[in-house]
Design a protein around this ligand. Structure first.
Ligand code: C5P
Length: 272
């Protein structure tokens, strides 16, 4: 079975405080985007087989997709095995939830392939054991996420949003970003107010202080005529610019690549 695994962006991410379990209490508005990975998932007699288009991610034991398959088989006491092939499109360590979405896609596919009746709520509980962002990808709609990210309230965005998503070619470690925030907690700068939200990401200050490329790109985006505003997604390192029309994004992409380097990752995205 083929499964699309959409990435996400955070339209805002507020950190409310540190929790006794070491995680941070969040309120974040996340939206799936048109960029995503694709997975081929099938049931086999036994064992977990995993291949990936990106050789850096080929270690089956480390990959969240195989961990999800293992968790599903264990939860429902299934004796069969799973074969997964992952075609990676979403940059890694980018704050786009790529690995989390792959894991959720495996859970959704296995529910269908095995015919096990299990509500989205129960699947999301299983997903939460794999990572804070995984439950969001079970629902796959724009959502207000609370707790450590696993408490999901689907929302409908009033505005149709689109833009350009860019990635510098290096990642930001999520545990490092939260730890650095905790040493010096200060909110991200609020950006433009849209109908449903005001752009803001509290993980920008730690990421921006270590990686000057990020604020440089954000500021450059904000100076472009077709850009409404720009923000880093999640713990970084991707940055997105919201544009006033679909047609405007391609011109922005061309100028971005000319300014910052032709080999960089830059994709037009639809949001929600
Ligand atoms: O849940 P996930 O594996 O994605 O989290 C990665 C790391 O990010 C955690 O180990 C923790 O250090 C940090 N984190 C946090 N608060 C959250 C989510 C993640 O401190 N709400």
């Amino acid at each position: 079975m083929k499964q699309f695994a959409p990435a996400k962006i955070n339209l805002y991410l507020h950190i409310l405080g540190r929790r006794p379990d070491g995680f941070h209490e969040l309120e974040t508005l996340m939206a799936p985007i048109s960029l995503g990975d694709t997975l081929e998932i099938e049931l086999i007699k036994s064992g977990l087989e995993f291949t990936c288009s990106d050789s850096a991610l080929a270690d089956a034991k480390e990959n969240l997709a195989t961990k999800a398959a293992h968790a599903f088989l264990h939860e429902f006491h299934l004796g069969s095995g799973v074969r997964i092939h992952l075609e990676k499109q979403v940059p890694v360590g980018a704050g786009l939830g790529g690995g989390s979405s792959d894991a959720a896609a495996v859970l959704l596919a296995l529910r269908e392939l095995t015919g096990i009746s299990c509500s989205n709520g129960r699947l999301a509980q299983l997903a939460a054991q794999l990572g804070s962002d995984v439950p969001f990808f079970i629902h796959r709609t724009p959502a207000l996420c609370r707790g450590r990210g696993e408490i999901i309230e689907p929302v409908t965005l009033k505005e149709k949003l689109q833009g350009l998503l860019v990635h510098p070619g290096f990642g930001v470690s999520t545990p490092w970003a939260y730890k650095t925030y905790a040493q010096n907690p200060r909110p991200g700068e609020p950006g433009r107010a849209f109908a449903d939200f005001t752009l803001r990401n509290d993980l920008e200050p730690p990421a921006f202080s270590k990686y000057p490329w990020l604020p440089t790109v954000k500021t450059w985006f904000q100076q472009q005529p077709e850009v409404l505003d720009a923000l880093m997604s999640g713990s970084g390192s991707s940055v997105f610019a919201l544009t006033n029309a679909d047609a405007a994004t391609e011109g922005l992409r061309t100028r971005f690549l000319a300014e910052f380097g032709e080999t960089l990752f830059a994709r037009a995205i639809l949001i929600g």
